[in-house]
Design a protein around this ligand. Structure first.
Ligand SMILES: [Zn+2]
Length: 357
């Protein structure tokens, strides 16, 4: 098998790069006989930092076959890495490893207090046992995912419990992601020093500077939250409707303010159908975030946050290649010229080889 080569302007800098895949590592040292598979605008692959692949409907068990199919949808759209902050079961060994699926980090089963979260999913524990459960999960997969708040009126996780969760998870070298869609849960999560706030709906914007200072990331899942608005508006008035409308209406402004404040913002899609990361980038741009930053949230900035370098010599050999600068033309995101994963071409526009031949 010949060595794969790509070249073009690499983001985030826009510098010209000519890259060769030496196994799963990029190198700029020319390799004789390398096959140029794509030329254009190069990114180190896209990242969906909040996705729960492998289930048809909430509450169902993890389906390994569907998991692979869902991950293929991600790869086709240029996603070379996912973070699954909660899965419907322990993933199979090939998750994050097989040649045809993205790299992956995950938090195993969601962890929630009794009486909250989706029936059939996750693990429930008494408040006193939550920190131990979170640390055990993080010790095995690197992340733990806690449900800090659920329905309006439900008690959120107390800040003291979240502090204990963070201390125990960090002690085993893990990180803590927290689901929050209410002001009190979000405030407790930020004060406790969690590593990432997921959704963050209704979060007090005054907390953004603290998040920036502590390196707490925000995954706004903006497209997911705003696309429900029309449906929720049709519902009869009540606390749940008022809560959702208030939070979702202000969510785009919150996401933009987070970027402005210097918070690490990550692009995530959450729900089916899979492979919609471009929609989240467009939603972030629609919120007023510069295309450069919105794309970074779905690529180089997210990779850096998850511990992977971008397109530099020695980096893992992932890339997505576009015909034109995707910051100028976001529609490029819907039709990558080529997707390279672990040094191999996993997806390519039909005309790629003909064009370069
Ligand atoms: Zn989620």
């Amino acid at each position: 098998m010949s060595v794969l080569r790509i070249r073009g302007r690499a983001l985030p800098t826009g510098d010209w790069l000519d890259l060769y895949a030496d196994g799963d590592r990029w190198t700029t040292d020319p390799v004789r006989g390398a096959e140029l598979v794509a030329e254009g605008w190069l990114l180190p692959g896209l990242v969906d930092a909040h996705t729960h692949p492998g289930v048809e409907r909430p509450g169902q068990p993890l389906d390994d076959e569907l998991l692979r199919t869902d991950l293929h949808r991600h790869v086709e759209r240029g996603v070379t890495m996912v973070r699954a902050p909660g899965l419907a079961g322990d993933p199979p060994d090939w998750f994050g490893r097989d040649p045809d699926v993205p790299r992956a980090v995950h938090a195993g089963l969601w962890i929630a207090q009794h009486g909250q979260f989706i029936d059939g999913w996750g693990r429930r524990a008494d408040l006193a046992d939550l920190p131990r459960a979170a640390a055990a999960q993080a010790a095995s997969s690197g992340w733990a995912k806690l449900i800090a708040d659920w329905e309006p009126g439900d008690p959120p996780l107390p800040e003291a419990v979240l502090r204990d969760v963070v201390a125990r998870v960090h002690a085993v070298g893990g990180r803590v992601a927290v689901h929050s869609q209410q002001a009190a849960g979000g405030a407790a999560a930020v004060a406790a020093g969690v590593d990432s706030v997921e959704h963050g709906m209704c979060l007090d914007p005054e907390l953004l500077p603290e998040m920036a200072a502590r390196g707490t990331a925000l995954t706004p899942t903006l497209a997911l939250i705003t696309e429900s608005l029309a449906r929720v508006r049709q519902r009869p008035d009540g606390p749940r409707r008022r809560w959702y409308l208030a939070g979702a209406t202000g969510h785009a402004a919150l996401a933009a303010a987070a970027v402005e404040a210097g918070v690490v913002v990550l692009a995530g899609t959450d729900s089916r159908p899979h492979g919609r990361i471009a929609d989240e980038v467009r939603a972030l741009v629609g919120a007023g975030i510069r295309p450069h930053d919105a794309l970074g949230a779905a690529s180089w900035a997210a990779r850096a946050y998850l511990g992977l370098p971008g397109l530099v010599p020695g980096a893992p050999a992932d890339a997505v290649v576009y015909d034109a600068d995707p910051r100028v033309d976001l529609a490029q995101l819907d039709r990558p010229r080529a997707v390279v994963l672990r040094g191999a071409l996993v997806s390519a526009a039909q005309s790629t080889r003909a064009k370069l031949a």
